[in-house]
Design a protein around this ligand. Structure first.
Ligand SMILES: [Zn+2]
Length: 264
């Protein structure tokens, strides 16, 4: 087994969650101490080496750490400043294929006028023909190899000059102008951009609408796993300081990618 197979970039490097790391190193230390006290010195040493290596390569070693460590650290009577995450690295800033400067209300208004979305009681959802076309196209794009998806994206979306496939451990991305877009996000947006071609004539609305359509996802377009709602606080790598309201996220637990961030 190669060391790289063991790595989990989703929880290390710039994605490392410091509350998780700290709690895990503390637990590794406790285990080592416990073994040492029982005169099992070799086992104690092995626990330190294996535990530290796992935390270094994988972000954490205790299962489900992201679910409890940030809350645990937030509850401790110590300043949390050392644990605050650096602002997201520039390569992750472009989280969408099709971002425009239109605001949310304008986009939804235009989509409704075009008949692409409709109100159903309290909720809004895609109109049926658009929804069908969107899901058919997502199913097709999900089958494409990453390189083919990159090629089709650049050939279809006029604001994207080139896109390259990029793999980082188990995660798959499209690299666009130095930024990374998660594969499920690219599949959802490219499919929505196509599905909106019929009702929407304004190019800017079509681009912005493709991005907004991600909020209507209930399962991952790539692996079909049901999406879970999460907040940035309980999500490893997305720790925010206690003063700011955490954003609500739609997350694919299998791909470990976020599919939509609901604005606060
Ligand atoms: Zn997925």
């Amino acid at each position: 087994m190669k060391l790289d197979d063991f790595r989990r970039p989703a929880h290390t490097g710039s994605n490392r969650c410091w509350p998780c790391t700290t709690v895990n190193m503390g637990l590794v230390g406790l285990l080592a101490l416990w073994l040492y006290r029982r005169d099992r010195r070799l086992a104690s040493l092995a626990a330190v080496v294996a535990g530290s290596l796992a935390v270094a390569l994988r972000g954490y070693v205790v299962p489900y750490t992201p679910a409890f460590a940030p809350k645990l650290v937030a509850a401790l009577p110590v300043p949390t400043a050392p644990f605050e995450k650096e602002p997201d690295s520039p390569r992750l800033e472009r989280a969408s294929l099709t971002a425009t400067d239109l605001d949310g209300e304008t986009i939804l208004g235009e989509l409704a006028t075009a008949g692409a979305i409709e109100a159903d009681g309290e909720v809004i959802r895609p109109a049926e023909p658009v929804d069908d076309a969107w899901h058919r196209e997502m199913d097709r794009l999900a089958e494409l190899p990453l390189a083919a998806l990159a090629k089709e994206t650049a050939a279809t979306v006029p604001t994207i000059p080139t896109a390259d496939p990029f793999e980082d451990g188990n995660s798959e991305w499209l690299a666009v102008e130095g930024a990374l877009i998660a594969r499920p996000v690219a599949v959802a947006e490219l499919a929505a951009y196509r599905a909106l071609s019929d009702p929407v004539t304004d190019q800017r609305v079509r681009l912005a609408g493709a991005r907004a359509f991600r909020m209507f996802l209930d399962s991952c377009p790539v692996c079909a796993t049901a999406l879970t709602q999460s907040s940035e606080v309980s999500c490893c790598g997305g720790y925010t300081d206690p003063q700011t309201e955490p954003d609500d996220l739609l997350v694919c637990p299998t791909c470990e990618q976020r599919l939509y961030t609901f604005p606060n």
